[in-house]
Design a protein around this ligand. Structure first.
Ligand SMILES: N[C@@H](CCC(=O)N[C@@H](CS)C(=O)NCC(=O)O)C(=O)O
Length: 210
């Protein structure tokens, strides 16, 4: 059984949505970030970076396996289930390429915007906020460009590459990025939002704020 230590944030949702897509059984352990549960010694023993999400697969062959970093977890779940990542060839390379783009460029640019907006809300506007919003918009333009020629980021099949970017694109309104110039991105976003696994994984674990 997979133990999921998480919160329903964009990075946490990636893993819950992938678990639902893959049909892997899991137990959820909610982590309250406001109470710094991600910085406790027990949590740091699983992820020295002190951030969610983390999984522990206590049924893995050869003993329990602990994985942190949402992108690495997505690869682990895909390989464990044989779903959401082509096994070999160009299709696998394409999916991995866009997985890394989502896990690095999109995720970390969106996280900067998120943190700068929170500082602005707290009365400490950051001089680089506009630059990061522009950069995030540029990245969404790139996603739109690739989605103009294929149904999903990795190609014809839905994959972990899509999940890695989708949960951040989901925050575009809050981040002040207007997606109306990008019809392919909007269509892709809506199709993934409608998937049953996206809906069942979205609020895992349930939270009472936004
Ligand atoms: N690169 C990491 C980022 C993880 C991350 O930043 N998680 C956030 C929630 S979305 C977190 O745990 N924040 C709490 C903190 O920084 O203490 C990943 O992709 O897993």
């Amino acid at each position: 059984m997979i133990q999921l230590y998480s919160r329903a944030t964009p990075n946490g949702r990636k893993v819950a949505i992938a678990l639902e897509e893959c049909g892997l059984p899991y137990t959820v352990h909610p982590i309250d970030l406001s109470r710094k549960e991600q910085k406790t010694p027990d949590f740091l023993a699983m992820n020295p970076n002190g951030r969610i999400p983390v999984i522990v697969d206590d049924g893995a062959t050869g003993g329990p396996v602990t994985v942190f970093e949402s992108g690495a977890i997505l690869v682990y779940l895909a390989e464990t289930s044989g779903r959401l990542l082509p096994a070999h060839g160009v299709a696998r390379v394409e999916a991995l390429k866009w997985l890394f783009f989502g896990s690095s460029q999109v995720t970390h640019t969106a996280m900067q915007v998120h943190h700068m907006l929170r500082r602005k809300e707290a009365g400490e506007p950051h001089e680089n906020l506009g630059t990061y919003v522009d950069e995030l918009a540029r990245l969404y333009g790139i996603l739109d460009q690739v989605l103009g020629g294929r149904e999903f980021l990795g190609g014809a099949e839905y994959s972990i590459a899509d999940i890695a970017s989708w949960t951040w694109v989901d925050r575009h309104e809050a981040h002040g990025v207007d997606v109306t110039p990008w019809p392919h991105l909007q269509d892709w976003f809506d199709r993934i939002r409608a998937r049953p696994a996206t809906q069942s994984g979205y609020d895992v674990p349930p939270r009472d704020d936004s």
